[in-house]
Write a protein of this length. Sequence first.
Length: 321
Amino acid sequence: MKKRIAALVTAGVLALSMLTGCGSKQESWKVTCPWAPSGVAAMVSQKAAAKSPDYSDNKITLVAEAVKGDAATVNTWVSSTKANDKELVFAGEGLFAITETLDPAKLQFSYDDFEFVENLYSSVFVLSADSSLNLKNLDDLEAYVKAGNPVSVAVNGATGSEAFLAAALFGSMGAGDQLKLTPYQSAAEAAQAVAKGETNFAVSHQSQILETYQQGGVDVVCAFDDKAIENGPFVGVEGVGSKGYPFFRNRCFVMARKGTDAAKVAELKELYDKILADQEMVEWLNDTMLLEVDTMTEDDVKAHIENVKSIVEQYKDIVAG
């Protein structure tokens, strides 16, 4: 009799747990990174996804997916997803400002096709120079340009963010006519090119130039920000904005499909905000990736896109010819 009662109790507990499981609202949201599968955004997305169970109360799990693509990938995503699908995608100023200005026919979408969730990170690009040039700061760079010296800059892609930052800086210094942009297939290749003597300069993420810098092949002359770098190996490097030169940060927006329930978008934003406030995440972003946590409002996002658009409009003749 006791065994029968015990069996009934056990069966009841199992049934209850199964019912509880059936009533669970846990959701798996796929997060597509439509850029280099081994790039900065993909790595940060994977880290955030790994952290998601710690902060979602078992309600949401983020699953990171990285694919090689760009505009075409996002075109496909927009055409194949609907409001409230468990899908998120990354987009940034490269699509919303650069491609939209230079080649709008590539985009079968607009910003209005998305609901903004959060900005995943903020990257401050830097300008590195061949160490033989002995350029240590913006004053040295201005003198170098004023003397009419050659200006060749390695960048990631012919019309990427790095190309426009280089064009804006050297164009503002009056060196637009003598500027030669040399595009590479990846940001890492562009960062290494200057140390190999293939170019005088390179624009890159801080993390991508770090090893070359530590080996003594390059000097980091300035940062594309409004102030000096405050943390990491390049602390103290001047921001071009401090001298009035145009700039923008590289940002990575997490987007849901337009029409997704506002409460769900808010829940996803709260989850990302908790992940980005995690101390281990902050330290990993700062120390390993040399990136910053930079949560934004939708107004911040729109202002960022408009700033980049204005720079693209002003310097597109230098970049695109």
